[in-house]
Design a protein around this ligand. Sequence first.
Ligand SMILES: Cc1cc2nc3c(=O)[nH]c(=O)nc-3n(C[C@H](O)[C@H](O)[C@H](O)COP(=O)(O)OP(=O)(O)OC[C@H]3O[C@@H](n4cnc5c(N)ncnc54)[C@H](O)[C@@H]3O)c2cc1C
Length: 277
Amino acid sequence: MKFHQPTSIREFLELSSTLSSHSSSLLAGGTDLMPRYERGQALPDHLIDLKKLSDLYHINIKDESVQIGALTSIQAIQENQLIQAEFNALYMAAHDFAGAQIRHRGTIGGNIANASPAGDLLPALYAFDAILTLIGPDGERQLTVQEFILSPGKTSLKQSEILVSITLKRSGYKSIFQKVGLRQSMAISVVNLAFVYSKKGQDYQYLKIACGAVAPTVVNLDKLTSTIIDKSSKPDDWPLLIEADILPIDDIRATAKYRKQVVINLVQAFLKGQFNG
Ligand SMILES: Cc1cc2nc3c(=O)[nH]c(=O)nc-3n(C[C@H](O)[C@H](O)[C@H](O)COP(=O)(O)OP(=O)(O)OC[C@H]3O[C@@H](n4cnc5c(N)ncnc54)[C@H](O)[C@@H]3O)c2cc1C
């Protein structure tokens, strides 16, 4: 296996184009990739380490949006004051993420491109309608996170492309993240949820609930939330509306039945105001 370390995006694009007929992988923090190789996944012919791409480490605050470079570490997200103030669900997800070593090493880009249904940053990114910027030989393109993640471990990243940044609109919405795991951190989530909302009195004016580890990809519980906004559902209707958007499976961490019940309990608790303002 050959190891490459481009120092600019242009160098990356030249390199990845010349390698297009070979097997290659991109390496960010390596906290997903390296354990996969240790478990026996075949090594690629070429490994492209992204860590010298200095343009991919940033949290740029603009008037209307925040742009997070793909190599920004989970720890840097947790420490950023604006993310803490305006994107609380993302802050909480970074805070509850693994232990300190993994938070310093692992990146937001890696969490997205790994496309795990249980990735902890993903529910917040879905619920905040994150826009991803990709660069490849044909130029730049933007996709929503839903368009990017196709199925477990599969994304719409093209050959020779790279995820460069994640943009979040500064909407002023409140948000919260909930993670249920076998332990609080250093454990893959059994279920994780992000709630993004604005309320006037008791009424929701905006509500998105994104849920991880209950379907092949993170899902927005749109069937439920649309009926909360237009007030067409009653609490007795909520469990069935939640079930309509999820498709959990049994695995070594939990049964599908348990996952379904956890989601229903957490969403009901949220809607009854038990952990939101
Ligand atoms: C002990 C341990 C605990 C963990 N705990 C958690 C946890 O609590 N929550 C959680 O969600 N995850 C957890 N993880 C998984 C992992 O740490 C995260 O998914 C992390 O965000 C991955 O980032 P990375 O930079 O290490 O990715 P890498 O391993 O470097 O890459 C992951 C994948 O993304 C691709 N990739 C990376 N960057 C880019 C890019 N810029 N453009 C295109 N493709 C890219 C790589 O090619 C690879 O396929 C844990 C892992 C370990 C080992």
